[in-house]
Design a protein around this ligand. Structure first.
Ligand SMILES: [Zn+2]
Length: 442
C-alpha cells in the first residue's frame, strides 16, 4: 500500500518539477519534448504499447484495441494538457519544487492539470504492464497549448477529421470533487462538466467629433459607454432559462440544501421563480442560467483635456447554450445601438454542444465515481463557465465529458492560476483507480 503511494508521489512530483509554462504566441516545442522524455521514463509500458505522435509539442498516443472487426466500436480519448500558467507571487513552496509537505504535493500544475495527466498515464501504464488490451482504440491526448490559444488541440482534432476518425467519448479536465461547491449544499459532489459556455471578446466603440474639454456638451463617448454599461448591469439583457442539465444539477443537489432544497429541487414547477431569484441570489447560479457579459478593459482620449473621438470598452461574453453566441451578440448589438455604440467582435468564440447526461459517457463516469470514490455523495452534471480544450473536439466527438477525479478543498480550488497550488496525497490512489475502471470498461 505504502509502496504504491510512494511510487505515485515520486512520479507525480517529478512531473511538477519540470517547468512547462506555455507563453502566448511563442510555442517552444523543444521545451515540451523534454517533458515527453520524462513521461516516457515514468510510464514506459504505455509508451511501448502505443503509437506516439507529436504535434508541435502536443502529444497524441494511440493504444490499438483488440477488436478490429467491422462492427468495431468508435474510439475514445482521455486528455489532460501538459502546459501550465506562469507562477508569480510569493509561494510557500517553490512552484517547481514538487515539495511534499502537510499531506500534499506542491507545485504549479498540481491541480491544473498535471494531476489528471499523471493519473491517466499511471493507470494506463499499469494496465499495459498487466497485459491488458482495450477492446477498442484508446487515444491519450496531452496538449502544450491549452493555457494559450489551443493550437495543439486544434491540430489534433483536424488530424482526426482528416483521417476519418470519429470519437465516441472523450474525458478531459473540468469539474472536480468538492464539498459544498455552490454554497449551501452540505455534501460532497462530483461536479461533472457536460459542456462549456462559449467565450468571446467584444469591443464597444463610441465615437464623436472630439473637441476641447472646456466645452463638453452632452453624451460624450465615455458618458455613453458609462450609461450603456450601467444599463447592462441593471437589466436582464440576455434570456434566462434553465436547461435540462441545470435542472438535473439542482435536483441532485437539493436533498443537501435543507429547506431551500424543497424549492430548488422542484425546477420543473418552479422554474419561473428560480430564474428570477437565482441570478440575484448568486452570480455563480446566474451564470448557469444565461449569457454573461463582463466589462474588462477601457480606453478614452489620448490626453486629459481633449474629448475622445473614439472611446471603447471591452466586454468578455460567455454565451449560454439556449442563446448561442450569434443570438447573444444580436441582443447586445441592439442595446448598444440605443446608446450610439458600435460593436466589433475581435475575438469570436468556439461554440460546443452539451453532452446528454442520460448518455453512456456520463453513466460510465457516474459508475466509475461510485465504484472508486466512496466519499462522493452525489454525481452531478453541470455546465462549465470557463473554457477547456474539449471545445475543439466538438466536431469529431459524440460525447465530451469534463471532469477530473480528484477531491479538492477550497484553498486548492483557488490555487488554480494562483499561488500555493497543491494536491492532497490522499486523492492520488482513487484517481488512478477511477481511470483504471473507465479504461477497463472501454
Ligand atoms: Zn487546465
Amino acid at each position: 500500500m505504502s509502496e504504491r503511494k510512494d511510487k505515485y508521489i515520486d512520479n507525480f512530483r517529478k512531473m511538477l518539477q519540470q517547468d512547462t509554462v506555455s507563453e502566448e504566441g511563442n510555442i517552444n516545442p523543444e521545451k515540451f519534448r523534454e517533458f515527453h522524455k520524462l513521461l516516457k521514463t515514468l510510464f514506459p509500458n504505455i509508451f511501448e504499447a502505443c503509437e506516439v505522435m507529436d504535434f508541435e509539442g502536443s502529444l497524441l498516443l494511440r493504444w490499438k484495441g483488440a477488436d478490429s472487426g467491422a462492427e468495431k466500436k468508435l474510439p475514445v480519448m482521455f486528455m489532460n494538457h501538459m502546459d501550465v500558467v506562469s507562477a508569480e507571487g510569493d509561494w510557500e513552496h517553490e512552484p517547481f519544487s514538487g515539495d511534499v509537505a502537510d499531506g500534499a504535493i506542491w507545485g504549479r500544475g498540481a491541480v491544473d492539470t498535471k494531476c489528471g495527466l499523471w493519473a491517466m498515464l499511471q493507470a494506463a501504464d499499469e494496465l499495459a504492464a498487466e497485459g491488458f488490451v482495450p477492446e477498442r482504440d484508446i487515444f491519450f491526448e496531452s496538449a502544450c497549448t491549452e493555457e494559450t490559444f489551443g493550437e495543439g488541440a486544434i491540430a489534433i482534432s483536424r488530424w482526426l477529421l482528416d483521417n476519418g476518425i470519429r470519437l465516441d467519448m472523450s474525458f478531459d479536465e473540468g469539474g472536480m470533487v468538492m464539498y459544498d461547491p455552490i454554497g449551501g449544499a452540505k455534501g460532497t459532489f462530483a461536479m461533472v462538466g457536460v459542456g462549456e459556455k462559449g467565450c468571446s471578446n467584444i469591443r464597444f466603440i463610441a465615437r464623436s467629433e472630439g473637441g476641447h474639454a472646456s466645452t463638453p456638451g452632452k453624451n460624450t463617448p465615455l458618458v455613453r459607454l458609462g450609461k450603456f454599461m450601467a444599463y447592462v448591469e441593471r437589466h436582464e439583457v440576455f434570456d434566462v432559462e434553465m436547461s435540462p442539465t441545470i435542472k438535473e444539477m439542482f435536483r441532485r443537489i437539493a436533498p443537501y440544501m435543507g429547506s431551500l432544497g424543497k424549492i430548488v429541487g422542484n425546477p420543473d414547477k418552479l422554474e419561473p421563480v428560480l430564474n428570477r431569484v437565482l441570478p440575484k441570489f448568486s452570480a455563480t447560479a446566474g451564470a448557469l442560467l444565461k449569457t454573461t457579459l463582463a466589462f474588462t478593459m477601457a480606453k478614452g482620449a489620448e490626453s486629459s483635456n481633449a474629448l475622445p473621438t473614439e472611446a471603447w470598452v471591452v466586454g468578455n461574453m460567455r454565451s449560454s447554450h439556449h442563446q448561442g453566441e450569434r443570438a447573444s451578440l444580436e441582443a447586445i448589438r441592439k442595446i448598444a445601438a440605443k446608446f450610439d455604440i458600435e460593436i466589433d467582435v475581435f475575438d469570436p468564440g468556439v461554440e460546443s454542444r452539451l453532452t446528454d447526461y442520460k448518455g453512456e459517457a456520463f453513466r460510465l463516469v457516474e459508475e466509475a465515481t461510485r465504484a472508486t470514490m466512496p466519499n462522493v455523495d452525489e454525481v452531478v452534471p453541470y455546465v462549465m463557465t470557463g473554457a477547456s480544450d474539449s471545445r475543439f473536439y466538438d466536431g469529431v466527438c459524440n460525447q465530451c465529458i469534463r471532469f477530473l477525479p480528484f477531491t479538492i478543498n477550497e484553498q486548492q480550488l483557488e490555487s488554480i492560476h494562483g499561488i500555493n497550488e497543491n494536491m492532497s496525497i490522499d486523492a492520488l490512489i482513487p484517481a488512478v483507480e477511477w481511470y483504471r475502471y473507465l479504461m477497463k470498461k472501454m
